[in-house]
Design a protein around this ligand. Structure first.
Ligand SMILES: Nc1ncnc2c1ncn2[C@@H]1O[C@H](COP(=O)(O)OP(=O)(O)OP(=O)(O)O)[C@@H](O)[C@H]1O
Ligand SMILES: [Mg+2]
Length: 228
């Protein structure tokens, strides 16, 4: 579904070139569950943002459904992202001037009626225990609540692939469990591929394929025989 081939990413700052990713090859197949771990600053978010077609690599190719992605064609990218990719950012990235409900409804198809969109949003909010906050301004949410809204927003269009950047980073154990259940259940129900970047060893261990990133390269890939 998403194939990254020989991906390099270099950032240039005041101190010169910063080679973050140095030749990453990674294929995300349909329905697969991959976890990505690695030390802070090793490029996990950068890699996820490239897979989500948000960041253009310095060199290398990205294929979506076997088609080479052209990062210069913004309109196509936008459509792919909206219809096929669910991305949960490391920081929730909600739109501050909209309330909870409107943040979730925003990416939904214009073909659906407002009532259908609202009901879908409320059902999902209920699953993560915050349907009572639907009218709240997102500025009033705690970090963990905001993250749960971001997760719901990523699920509304039934994406083919769900890319999650530390989705439980801001959550306590109970809510972390709730979010993991929701992500795994969504994968079971919709058949989407699931990629989770995490610092949590327990979650890291859950992946069918566990990837360790360090020094700009994929250091280890471990396949688990037990599918979740
Ligand atoms: N837009 C940018 N411009 C310059 N440097 C950047 C940019 N984005 C990321 N970096 C640098 O690239 C490196 C990797 O960042 P990235 O966010 O991918 O790390 P990470 O593995 O996700 O870390 P963490 O576990 O802390 O989230 C960092 O040193 C960061 O400062
Ligand atoms: Mg990160």
């Amino acid at each position: 579904m998403i194939r990254l081939k020989d991906i390099h990413k270099t950032f240039i700052d005041g101190e010169g070139e910063n080679k973050i990713l140095q030749g990453i090859d990674l294929t995300i197949n349909g329905h697969e569950f991959i976890t990505i771990m690695g030390p802070s600053g090793c490029g996990k978010s950068t890699l996820l943002n490239i897979a989500a077609l948000l960041t253009e690599p310095t060199s290398g190719s990205v294929y979506f459904d076997d088609k080479l992605v052209n990062f210069k064609k913004e309109k196509n990218l936008e459509q792919l992202r909206r219809e096929k990719i669910g991305l949960i950012f490391q920081n929730a990235n909600l739109i501050q001037c909209l309330n909870v409900l409107d943040n979730i409804i925003l990416p939904m198809s214009s073909k659906l009626s407002y009532k259908v969109k609202k009901n879908t949003a409320l059902e999902l909010l209920d699953l993560v225990g915050i349907s009572n906050k639907s009218k709240n301004n997102v500025k009033s949410l705690s970090g963990g609540e905001a993250q749960r809204v971001a997760i719901v927003r990523a699920l509304v269009n039934n994406p083919q692939v769900l890319l999650c950047d530390e989705p439980t980073g801001a959550l306590d154990a109970d809510n972390s469990g709730m979010v993991m259940d929701l992500l795994l259940e969504t994968r079971r129900r919709t058949g989407c591929a699931l990629v989770i970047v995490t610092h949590d060893k327990e979650i890291g261990e859950m992946g069918e394929r566990k990837i360790v990133l360090n020094g700009g390269e994929i250091l280890g890939v471990e396949n688990s025989v037990q599918a979740i």
